[in-house]
Design a protein around this ligand. Structure first.
Ligand code: BT5
Length: 259
């Protein structure tokens, strides 16, 4: 992948701007700075390698040279999107899942921001925001996808098993084609963010539905229950052992070890 091959593969999409880097600290940092300087809607930052890739809560995201997709998309919060901003991570997750499905794989969304194939992490999403005063100005959707086998980090560096698209499919892929697939899907889902079918499609792809899970949301005490689905704002709905519905707004979800 290089700037020329990328621009060629993405030529059907209308970008506000496009910046490509052979190597960068973090595409999200670049996109946040660009958005603060007034980047146009649907501007994209792509890098072949990240040296300071970030996950949530200051966790690290590995993007070795020549092997993965690392990009950040800047979206302006349009009037139509504004009531549904809490669905933004779903917009990215659905778009990644849909484009993975088109390669023949069966992806699942581990709420809120991981994409799994066969129970292993293939992609992660980091949504960040840029404010002007009290108004939300732009959203930055950062996405890392493991494409070639060399993108899979060593097991000892991870809390959760990882895989790559090529490993799961057993054939070679072009990163540019995967990126086109994700963005093309995102353009379509963005227009439907406010619809019920959006929540339905997102819910249909959730990992662990109907299973006993635990979620950790900032404390050591897990919230446990059966994973039922999503609220309209994208929060997770569980059924606890007293048969009460519990809503989880943030955190990490995993299968309950003893369940
Ligand atoms: C995420 O965080 O999964 C969000 C990752 C977002 C990365 C993109 S790349 C483009 C843009 N620029 C950035 O700087 N970031 C975004 P979280 O759920 O916190 O998961 C982080 C955890 O995933 C780490 O603690 C590792 O255990 C694991 N991990 C790191 N790199 C991985 C990889 N390449 N594949 C699978 N797991 C990984």
């Amino acid at each position: 992948m290089n700037e020329t091959s990328l621009k060629k593969s993405l030529s059907k999409l209308k970008f506000g701007g496009l910046r490509y880097f052979d190597s960068i600290g973090s595409t999200n940092d670049e996109a946040l700075a660009w958005a603060a300087e007034g980047a146009a809607d649907f501007s994209l930052v792509v890098a072949d390698e990240q040296t300071q890739g970030r996950g949530r809560l200051n966790r690290k995201w590995f993007t070795p040279k020549g092997s993965a997709l690392a990009f950040s998309l800047i979206l302006h919060s349009s009037e139509a999107m504004r009531p549904y901003l809490s669905r933004t991570v779903g917009l990215a997750a659905l778009s990644i899942a849909e484009s993975c499905s088109k390669t023949g794989l069966d992806p699942r969304i581990k709420w809120p921001n991981d994409i799994l194939i066969d129970g292993k992490k293939i992609a992660g999403i980091l949504v960040e925001t840029v404010w002007s005063g009290d108004e939300l100005d732009s959203l930055v959707i950062g996405v890392g996808i493991n494409v070639h086998r060399a993108s899979i980090p060593p097991r000892e560096l991870l809390q959760f098993p990882a895989t790559s698209l090529e490993h799961e499919l057993g054939r070679e892929l072009r990163r540019e084609d995967i990126l086109f697939g994700v963005l093309d899907s995102l353009v379509r889902w963005r227009e439907r963010m406010g619809r019920d079918e959006f929540i339905k499609a997102w819910e249909d792809q959730l990992a662990f539905r109907g299973q006993q899970v635990q979620t950790f949301a900032g404390t050591d005490i897990p919230v446990m229950g059966e994973l039922l689905g999503l609220e309209l704002d994208g929060s997770l709905r569980l059924l606890d052992k007293h048969r009460n519905s519990v809503v989880v707004r943030f955190g990490d979800v995993s299968l309950r070890p003893s369940a």
